[in-house]
Design a protein around this ligand. Structure first.
Ligand SMILES: Cc1cc2nc3c(=O)[nH]c(=O)nc-3n(C[C@H](O)[C@H](O)[C@H](O)COP(=O)(O)O)c2cc1C
Length: 338
């Protein structure tokens, strides 16, 4: 996730036991091949190169081939092509979800990445597209699979559905029936309990946890049943240390604020705290404000084992017979993150 899943945050998660797989921020392929100033920070694969996938934003097949060649020897687990980001400025530039409108070129892009990086795990991140239906995304994805794709992650929402609307995981199961590669689910996991319920119900190949991994960097450990005692003050301090160690000074303020936007969400007065943090002039001041809040609200400092934030907990309603059919699918789900 842009501004969030940099090496600092990945180290933090790793210190809480880690997850099966990390994804970098969506990195501009052009910025990498143009040798931009921050290139080495974006390409940093620590702390677990063999479990980390580069995700790229790109506008044409040549760009993805060039960047795939450049990163081929850096030791990443794979390359993920972002064809799902719906941010207007990304789509206007021809990246993210705009790829779904250019299926032939998208096929060429997958083929080019496959040819350049034959050993890399090659995946795409998708949304549903324009309509709440599986057909358009399934057709698009089937064609990409024929070019050598290894897996797909679907955020099952349309281009225009707002963040507040729940992702409809029924589309994960529907897409899985249409394509020969594993389909991972992304969207709306806010607690371990909800994660397990969704796995039981929809049987995704794996689950990508996004914002909750920032609210609760320990969620992967808790999902595995590990009893980790969490102290939100210690985690905040450690994040700030890791941010300084693993990001360039130019990024510190923006990335700290983005992190705390999510980290403060589970707190009762988190919205107010975040407004205060946004105005802080230094990381030291952010740290002090977080300490002060948790001193005033000591009951929030130690979330229980297994607890998630449960912010915006969204269930999908009664899905009845649909679920029962999926239970029989026999897929063994795993979980990975970011
Ligand atoms: C701040 C922010 C940045 C994001 N950046 C990316 C990104 O770089 N690449 C990507 O594939 N998805 C990105 N996403 C979407 C998430 O990967 C994920 O699909 C979405 O947040 C739903 O999952 P969640 O409910 O677990 O967060 C971003 C989301 C947010 C909120």
């Amino acid at each position: 996730m842009v501004t969030l899943t940099h090496a600092g945050v990945r180290h933090l998660i790793e210190e809480y036991g880690g997850c099966d797989r990390y994804y970098t921020e969506m990195i501009s392929a052009e910025a990498i091949t143009a040798h931009s100033e921050f290139r080495s920070w974006y390409l940093d694969l620590q702390p677990a190169p063999e479990r980390t996938i580069y995700q790229f934003l790109f506008r044409d097949a040549e760009a993805i081939a060039r960047v795939a060649a450049e990163v081929a020897e850096l030791g990443a687990l794979g390359i993920d092509l972002n064809m799902g980001c719906s941010a207007p400025h990304i789509a206007r530039g021809g990246g993210g979800i705009a790829w779904m409108q250019r299926p032939d070129e998208a096929r060429r892009a997958v083929a080019a990445a496959r040819a350049t990086a034959p050993r890399a795990k090659l995946s795409v991140k998708l949304r549903l597209g324009e309509r709440r239906a599986v057909e358009p995304v399934a057709e698009f994805a089937e064609a990409l699979c024929r070019e050598g794709l290894d897996e797909i992650t679907l955020h099952p929402k349309t281009r225009s559905e707002p963040e507040s609307r729940p992702a409809d995981w029924r589309f994960i199961a529907e897409l899985q029936e249409r394509v020969p590669v594993p389909v991972n689910a992304s969207g709306g996991v806010t607690s371990v309990e909800l994660l397990h319920r969704r796995i039981d119900r929809f049987r995704p190949a794996a689950v990508m946890i996004g914002r909750e991994a920032i609210r609760s960097p320990w969620i992967f450990a808790h999902a595995r049943g590990r009893r980790i005692e969490v102290d939100r003050r210690v985690a905040a301090d450690r994040f700030l240390e890791l941010l300084v160690q693993h990001q360039p000074p130019e990024f510190h303020a923006t990335r700290a604020k983005r992190f705390f936007q999510y980290y403060t969400q589970p707190l009762r007065w988190g919205a107010r705290l975040f407004q205060t943090l946004k105005k802080c002039a230094s990381l030291a001041e952010i740290r002090m404000q977080v300490h002060e809040y948790l001193e005033q609200h000591p009951e929030e400092r130690f979330p229980g084992v297994g607890a998630g934030s449960d912010v915006a907990l969204c269930e999908l309603g009664e899905l009845g017979e649909f679920d029962k059919a999926r239970h029989a699918s026999g897929v063994t789900p795993s979980r990975h993150g970011l």
